[in-house]
Design a protein around this ligand. Structure first.
Ligand SMILES: [Zn+2]
Length: 402
């Protein structure tokens, strides 16, 4: 046991983390069972309804107050605190990257559970749902209201629409903890912003021999991609660009009338992202003889940073250290992007170890779930304690960009 491990944390009435962990350990099995149940319900991004319905039922069964499902399918329930606001939001996304029809069987063996979306993010949803029961068993209440959400639209082209809607509907939210099943020990406090575009290029087409010399959509699209790939991007702040899909043409002896490609560009800094967007747009707008180009914006995710010295990040780090886990700071695109970009302190935390994320053979390790759930309980109580005391301040400085 390290020196850290004897330390108490705010919000748990002077109890040691070990005492809390002992109670939480009795919930390990129920949480994993619930995660298996949730992951058996299909929830591709934009088709989360069935999972929303079940999560709402589970919230009601656990005695949560004011359970609502919004127009998009976000489910929100409330654990009443001593004070109502500013409240803490615990957000676990419901959606998965797996299309309808994917077999969602779950296999348990050798201390692992394997199944599509089991860690990303069924375990996250199950842990958030279990929180009220754990707090009851510990006989601990939060200092301010805790809102729990299973939200839609986090993956792929969901564009974080679920968390945007929840943040809009509950302006009393003063801090957010986004919860993911994987990556126990990681504290995401830098929100990677991104912009994703589909570019369609059209030309006159024609016979490759008879009409030789006419403009080709594929040749033009390839030229554009080459120009984009030649852009020099800053390494600090880290900024990237990728053309991830390219399609077009009709046959080997036809001058291509159509071509299209999809690109994303990202940065940890909103200004760098905006500058890059301007350069990308300038290339896309450049006139090309007999070629027309149209651009569809598929998604925009705002960037932002919560300082490593801020209270919420410090609490996340101290909680992990108290449990003997070395924390890693991280930059990523998660539900935390939206609160962070709106100046609301937020982090994203993980619950266990595992692997093969976004693959059908995704798995989680069961044993570390006790630590993950203990972390969630301790951090939630610590943050509500400090929200109640007024010591978690808005990030300020960051502009609203969503
Ligand atoms: Zn996820």
């Amino acid at each position: 046991m390290t020196a850290h491990q004897n330390k108490s944390l705010p919000g748990i009435g002077g109890r040691s983390f070990a005492a809390v962990r002992e109670v939480v350990a009795t919930f390990q099995r129920p949480v994993v069972d619930l995660a298996c149940q949730i992951s058996s319900i299909p929830a591709p991004t934009n088709h989360e309804r069935e999972r929303s319905r079940v999560v709402a039922e589970e919230m009601r069964a656990r005695g949560l107050a004011d359970v609502v499902i919004d127009d998009l399918g976000d489910v929100v329930g409330r654990i009443p605190g001593k004070k109502r606001s500013p409240s803490l939001l615990l957000a676990a996304h419901l959606d998965t990257v797996f299309p309808a029809g994917t077999s969602l069987d779950v296999v348990r063996s050798n201390g692992r559970v394997t199944g599509p979306g089991i860690g990303d993010n069924s375990l996250g949803v199950a842990s958030v749902l279990m929180l009220p029961c754990v707090l009851d068993e510990l006989d601990l209440g939060p200092n301010v209201d805790v809102l729990l959400t299973g939200n839609v639209g986090e993956e792929g082209l969901g564009n974080l629409r679920g968390i945007r809607s929840v943040m809009d509907l509950f302006p009393e939210i003063g801090a957010v903890i986004a919860v993911e099943g994987h990556n126990l020990g990681r504290v995401t406090h830098v929100a990677v912003g991104s912009r994703r575009l589909r570019v369609r290029v059209s030309g006159p087409g024609g016979h490759s021999w008879g009409d030789y010399g006419k403009a080709s959509a594929i040749h033009a699209a390839a030229e554009i991609v080459t120009e984009l790939a030649r852009l020099t991007l800053p390494t600090t702040p880290k900024t990237t660009l990728n053309v991830g899909m390219f399609t077009g043409g009709i046959s080997v002896n036809t001058i291509a009338p159509e071509a299209s490609f999809v690109l994303d560009h990202r940065s940890v800094d909103d200004v760098a992202l905006r500058r890059l967007s301007e350069r990308v747009d300038a290339i896309l707008r450049m006139p090309r003889p007999n070629i027309s180009t149209s651009v569809e914006v598929l998604g925009v995710r705002p960037a932002g940073v919560v300082s490593p010295a801020s209270r919420i990040v410090r609490l996340a780090i101290e909680t992990l250290e108290a449990m003997g886990i070395s924390p890693t700071g991280d930059a990523s695109s998660t539900d935390a992007n939206i609160p962070i970009s709106r100046g609301i302190p937020a982090v994203c935390i993980g619950l266990t170890t595992g692997g093969n994320v976004h693959r059908e053979d995704e798995f989680i390790d069961v044993a570390p779930v006790v630590n993950g759930l203990t972390q969630l309980v301790l951090l939630s109580l610590a943050v509500t304690d400090e929200l109640g005391a007024g010591s978690i301040a808005p990030i300020g400085a960051k502009k609203r960009v969503s």
